[in-house]
Design a protein around this ligand. Structure first.
Ligand SMILES: Cc1ncc(COP(=O)(O)O)c(C=O)c1O
Ligand SMILES: [Zn+2]
Length: 414
């Protein structure tokens, strides 16, 4: 059963029937086809009580608010990740209440599994044999896993410096990998190559960018549903979101609006987009109040946070709206701050994040020091990807593996 009423292009407003199964706007205007649900019908089945008696812990627990029926899903255990109450780190930062939504704990170790579980289910529903993705690695690795489970071929277009762990996942899940050149003058060669392949070979596009696939955007919404359920619907003051293309933030904002429409939450948290200093076009637009049309893509993005290097925020419109409507903020952080957060998450809480996944914490620390977030506020940081995909980076941070104090000639005892 589907509860989707229609899809509406975010740029030109063209409406589509769900049965048309559109993927991109026919006006080729790079609008995202926002999925609109029939909230009246949804609310007949879904409320706080109904949820509390459901058994499934994965994202399909919220099936009424997803654009594909669960019967088409390859279920690998996406979602249902822990909300860690951050006691030691919270105390170190002098905070009253800090929680970490630990999305490193997904099947392929990033939040992208929420998106790709839904995108791949749509491809299965449409009986597609080949799917295509442009990605820094996490989304591609995820789509490759779901494609393997569905018996589809995944074609991944990745940058030359994609992390080794992500490439290893792609190889093992059987994806075909095309390494494209680095972003140059703001143009992302992975997206160009993916679109060419879609055009030429008829692959189904499934990147984690709304304008090229509107269904997957709905997956990350479930992070919001889960964390409110985990907090037994207690309100949140501030939510920090690592941001590259803005698709995650778009999903988070949409999830919050769903819950408000359904009367399940009363107020929105302030949404904070966190970008690295080496790629902060969207954050600059948020800070200056510039409209998206005037945003200039970062010509040569650079950061240790490889997942946050999209030069152009494909979903920047909704990301901007989410931040503005919740009176949130955009903040950029240095690579040093990001790496400090990687260390702190591990050393204080036992959470092993990659730099892109830890950027939310770096943003929080910056806003605490600037007084933009109060230490008495209720804060949730989204931790979005696992550091196990980039072990070399960690070893480098510590100046190489320790010799363990072994002197030449001594022998290890078991
Ligand atoms: C670990 C991680 N966190 C956050 C993001 C940012 O998501 P988005 O590009 O949707 O803004 C990415 C994107 O690749 C990522 O890999
Ligand atoms: Zn359009």
């Amino acid at each position: 059963m589907s509860f989707v009423e229609r899809l509406v292009c975010s740029k030109c407003g063209t409406k589509y029937e769900p049965t048309e199964n559109p993927v991109m706007c026919r006006n080729r205007d790079l609008g995202r086809l926002d999925v609109v649900y029939d909230y009246d019908r949804v609310s007949d089945r879904l409320d706080r009580n109904a949820l509390s008696s459901r058994k499934s812990r994965d994202i399909w627990r919220y099936e009424e608010l997803l654009p594909v029926p669960a019967e088409f899903a390859v279920r690998l255990g996406e979602g249902g990740t822990p909300l860690v109450s951050s006691r030691r780190l919270g105390e170190k930062l002098g905070m009253k209440s800090l929680s970490l939504k630990d999305d490193t704990r997904n099947p392929t170790a990033s939040f992208k599994d929420r998106a790709m579980a839904v995108g791949s289910a749509k491809a299965v529903q449409l009986k597609k044999s080949d799917v295509a993705i442009a990605s820094s690695g996490n989304a591609a690795a995820s789509l490759a896993a779901y494609s393997a489970g569905a018996g589809m071929k995944c074609h991944a277009f990745v940058p030359p410096d994609a992390a080794a762990g992500k490439i290893a996942q792609l190889l093992l899940y059987g994806a075909s990998i095309t390494r494209c050149r680095q972003v140059k003058e703001g143009e992302d060669a992975t997206v160009r190559a993916m679109l060419d392949a879609v055009e030429k070979f008829g692959y189904y596009p499934c990147p984690s960018f709304g304008p090229f696939n509107p269904y997957q955007v709905e997956g990350p919404k479930t992070m919001v549903y889960e964390l409110y359920e985990q907090r037994t619907w207690e309100s949140v003051d501030v939510m920090l979101v690592p941001t590259g293309s803005g698709c995650l933030l778009t999903g988070i904002w949409k999830g919050l609006q769903d819950l408000k429409h359904l009367g399940m939450i009363r107020a929105y948290p302030r949404l904070v987009a966190v970008q690295p200093e080496g790629n902060r076009a969207l954050v600059k637009a948020m800070q200056k109040g510039t409209p998206l049309e005037e945003l200039v893509p970062e010509p040569y993005p650079e950061s240790v946070a490889g997942g946050l290097l999209d030069p152009y925020p494909w979903d920047g419109d909704a990301a901007l709206a989410g931040v503005r409507k919740t009176r949130g903020a955009g903040v950029s952080v240095s690579d040093r701050e990001i790496l400090r957060s990687v260390r702190e998450l591990a050393a204080y809480e036992g959470v092993f994040a990659e730099p892109s996944g830890a950027a939310g914490l770096a943003g929080l620390e910056r806003l605490l020091s600037e007084g933009e977030v109060g230490r008495d506020e209720d804060v949730v940081v989204l931790v979005t990807g696992s550091g196990l995909k980039e072990p070399d980076r960690v070893i480098e941070m510590f100046g190489g593996p320790s010799q363990g104090g072994r002197k030449k000639g001594t022998r290890h005892r078991p």
